[in-house]
Design a protein. Structure first.
Length: 357
């Protein structure tokens, strides 16, 4: 009897527990509401800016052609000079001595030539009268020709020595402004060592060091706008020269811009050059749509029929302020999630404004 009573008590307890359970299971969780944007290519007009400076179209590096100690420097950086103006001098004593030796050698050679000429004339006269032989005449002629060659050689040495003496004065090769100086009085300058840099008067260029990505960002329009940091009206410029080599120290490419002929700019003035790319069609998305798939840029796409989301990798064209462009990976008309991407899971159903859910 006690055994039957225990079984009856357990049955009553189970009956009470079943009465406490909910009548039906909890309803399914409603779809997450997200904000979306429909993919549609738009015309993008982009620009790029970089700094630079105003430079002369033509510059020349000036140096002495002979070595020596600098005894006088007549100009400094920023001075305007004229063509042929003396800029610096080196000690000319050595060149003067060389010139004196060359002149003495020339005088000696000329004296020998005079003697040889007299001897030849005498032998020529004796030969005409039949007193001397042909061999003696030929010998006198050979001596004369040797003397003439010696004189010519000595004259060339004099010209070289005189030119070397003139090279002790460094002169400007054009009208312009001294932009750099690398020597001081008392310093021994070697031949061909840089002494001054001269910016020639005439057209001015805007020289910039552009990042490689700037030139690869698209096709640049013809005109570039140049603005000086000191103020003034914007100046139109055109690309004149692009360096074929990349500067490995800075990772930039030197670009020279031709300024408008009427531009009033000062040499060395800092500038900002702004280039505009030709308009092109590109998919533009807000930065909030950016997601990641195994470390690669991706976006969440919504299936417009089922409302399920999926993750797709994309190739980003360019990152910009609060937006980015997509080069490939999306097609026009697809729906991309822009808000709520951090809480999504692949296959999850979502709702958005305009959807049937």
């Amino acid at each position: 009897m006690r055994r039957y009573a225990t079984i009856a008590l357990m049955a009553a307890s189970l009956s009470g527990l079943s009465a406490c359970a909910p009548e039906k299971e909890a309803q399914e969780k409603p779809p997450r509401h997200v904000e979306v944007v429909k993919v549609k290519p738009v015309e993008v007009t982009d620009s790029a800016s970089t700094t630079g400076e105003i430079s002369a179209r033509v510059q020349s590096d000036l140096s002495f052609r002979v070595s020596g100690r600098i005894v006088e420097r007549l100009v400094d950086v920023g001075d305007h000079v004229s063509n042929g103006q003396v800029l610096a001098r080196i000690d000319p004593e050595e060149q003067k001595a060389d010139l004196q030796v060359a002149l003495a050698t020339l005088q000696s050679a000329q004296a020998q030539q005079t003697q040889a000429q007299q001897a030849f004339d005498r032998q020529q006269s004796l030969f005409n009268t039949g007193v001397t032989t042909r061999a003696a005449l030929d010998q006198a002629q050979e001596t004369l020709l040797t003397g003439q060659g010696t004189v010519q050689s000595a004259q060339a040495q004099v010209d070289t020595a005189r030119d070397a003496l003139e090279q002790t004065e460094l002169k400007a090769d054009a009208d312009g402004v001294i932009t750099a100086r690398s020597v001081e009085v008392g310093q021994v300058a070697q031949a061909a060592q840089l002494v001054f840099t001269l910016a020639h008067d005439g057209p001015r260029d805007a020289v910039i060091n552009a990042d490689e990505t700037t030139l690869l960002g698209g096709e640049i329009q013809h005109d570039v706008i140049v603005t000086t940091l000191t103020g003034g009206k914007p100046i139109k410029a055109t690309v004149r020269e692009v360096s074929p080599a990349l500067d490995t120290t800075t990772g930039t490419i030197r670009v020279k811009l031709t300024l408008d002929a009427n531009a009033d700019v000062r040499l060395g003035s800092p500038i900002v050059a702004t280039a505009h790319y030709k308009p092109f069609d590109m998919i533009v998305l807000p930065w909030s749509a950016m997601a990641s798939d195994a470390g690669h840029p991706a976006v969440w796409l919504v299936d417009q029929k089922s409302g399920a989301v999926s993750l797709r990798k994309v190739e980003v064209g360019k990152y910009a302020n609060e937006r980015f462009t997509v080069r490939s990976g999306l097609s026009e008309g697809e729906v991309v999630v822009t808000t709520g991407t951090k809480f999504l899971a692949i296959g999850e159903t979502v709702s958005y404004e305009g959807s049937a859910r």
